[in-house]
Write a protein that binds this ligand. Sequence first.
Ligand code: HEC
Length: 135
Amino acid sequence: MTTCVTPRSNFSARARILALVALSATALGLTSNVGCGDSDGSGGGADCTTVKGYSELGVAFSKCTNCHSSELTTPTERQSATVGFDYDTYALAATDPAALIEQVEDDEMPPSGSPTLTETEKTDLLTWAECGTPE
Ligand code: HEC
């Protein structure tokens, strides 16, 4: 697969989020074989016309909730997943879409050793986070 991802550097948090959104758009373009740039005419954003709601993303989110669930309370149960980042309900999942993008975009989540997201699931989660986290 062609790679056209800009290396990350020490941006401000805000610039980092903007850069990550741009990176996500690039990745989404690649998975639909559009390549780099704005050849889909959308101006570089995610294509929100095909966004799936949280209720349709159960299989993808199930690859997060064995650690990130409000029902898991101890660090052992959570496998040290950061407290406050949970995906077992819509309201919790929709709390911080930028953090999800940051972790999923560059394959930091799910962590190695856990079931990985398929390319479709990854794209679906990123699109969901970029397109207003529909329910
Ligand atoms: C095996 C357990 C595990 C799974 C599965 C998992 N995570 Fe995590 N997650 C962690 C741990 C541990 C951390 C904290 C350490 C780190 O950042 O690597 C973390 C951190 C995070 C953070 C960062 C919170 C912060 O401090 O900014 C986000 C966001 C996140 N995970 C999202 C996800 C998403 C989305 C999924 C599913 C696609 C997922 N995680 C799957 C264990 C997990």
